[in-house]
Design a protein around this ligand. Structure first.
Ligand code: DAH
Length: 369
């Protein structure tokens, strides 16, 4: 018969030497499994005489219990060692600096637009908006660009394909069509469900996206404009001049800034002017509010009587002025960015350099944040 004490010492040694859960399990199966060495011994009890069984039975059972105990003790040891190893390997080093937190920022165009709106809001202007896709009528015809007139060619227009009525819509080339939308009382070309314009007096600014097929350091195919429109009784160029001078001084945050108005031509204003700001161009940068150079920054004028008539307003009763300028362009001037195209290149390094915090101190020009 098997030497029980040898089996005992062999199994004890093997259990103590088992280095992982799998080899320990193999030992358990070889001893206590269905045809394991101890299980075979237990089975052999059936063929023994009662005396023999009385003598050997307790020894075999004792061996089984001991081996079971040794295996679970070794299992507990191995589990503890494995946990310890994982804790050491996966330890978090709290003294390491945290990875840098990536923060979004306000795009310079949006920042500049908010600054402009704040200045105009303080002067009592309301906000108006219009769609990017416009009719030829609102973008050109109602603004006194005669059909087929070469002035239409000055705006390198992105045209949409003809619709089922043979009409070609376009991506608006300026924010001026919103003047028509806001003033229009009688536009029978518009379906009745489109809201009619408002009754004067009108005092609005219109920020928005505009499009022209153009690209170089100072032009991008999509850019932003802001339009202004004032319609009331007795409005004259003096109001226009004061409003724009005040806006420019507050926007550039310097009372030093000088302006001049040069005669110009726009189909929708009469008289029309371009406004220049005094600047210094001697270095690489254009500095506003110093020097003896001039830089053209916006178009303006008194609203042409034809526009008023088209919109159903009597030019003998109502007068007004209008202006329009490039938001991005004024932004790069104020914040000293060299190339307009960077504004829309979506380069995250550029954005984190030139972007603005969403939580900023109040605008010193207006006291608004
Ligand atoms: N719409 C003109 C442009 O895009 C800018 C402009 C000039 C707007 C004179 C006006 C204005 O309202 O009166 O070039």
């Amino acid at each position: 018969m098997t030497d029980l004490s040898k089996l005992d010492s062999d199994l004890s040694a093997a259990i103590a030497a088992a280095g992982d859960a799998a080899s320990l399990e193999a030992i358990r199966v070889s001893a206590l499994g269905k045809s394991g060495s101890i299980s075979d011994l237990l089975k052999s009890l059936g063929g023994m005489s009662p005396d023999e069984r009385r003598e050997v039975g307790p020894r075999i059972n004792g061996l089984r219990d001991r081996v079971q105990g040794l295996i679970s003790a070794r299992k507990a040891e191995l589990d503890a060692a494995e946990l310890e190893a994982r804790l050491t390997a996966e330890r978090v080093d709290l003294s390491l600096p945290p990875p840098p937190r990536r923060r979004g920022s306000v795009h310079p165009t949006m920042q500049v637009m908010d600054e402009m709106i704040a200045v105009f809001a303080e002067m009592g202007f309301a906000l108006a908006e219009g769609p990017d896709i416009e009719t030829d009528f609102n973008n050109f015809t109602a603004l006194n660009f005669p059909p087929k007139h070469p002035a239409r060619e000055m705006h390198d227009t992105f045209w949409l394909p003809e619709d089922e009525r043979g009409e070609r819509k376009l991506l608006r080339t300026h924010t001026s069509p919103v003047q028509v939308r806001v003033m229009n009382r009688i536009n029978e070309k518009l379906p009745s469900w489109i809201a009619q314009g408002q009754e004067p007096p009108i005092r609005i600014v219109v920020p928005g996206r505009t499009y022209r097929s153009d690209s170089d350091a100072t032009h991008t195919p999509m850019f932003h404009q802001m339009e202004g429109l004032v319609i009331d009784k007795g409005i004259h160029m003096g109001h226009l001049k004061w409003t724009l001078d005040t806006f420019i001084a507050r926007f550039f945050e310097t009372p030093e800034v000088t302006t001049r108005f040069r005669p110009h031509h726009f189909p929708f204003t009469e008289p029309s002017a371009e406004m220049d700001v005094g600047c210094d161009r001697s270095g690489n940068e254009v500095k506003i509010g110093q020097g003896s150079d001039w830089l053209e920054i916006l178009g303006c004028g008194m609203v042409h009587p034809n526009i008023l008539r088209t919109c159903g307003l009597d030019p003998d009763v109502w007068q007004g002025f209008a202006f329009g300028f490039g938001v991005d362009r004024l932004g790069i001037l104020k914040y000293g960015m060299p190339d307009l195209r960077d504004m829309f290149a979506s380069d995250s390094r550029w954005l984190s350099h030139y972007g603005f915090s969403a939580f900023q101190a109040p605008n010193p020009a207006t006291g608004l944040s």
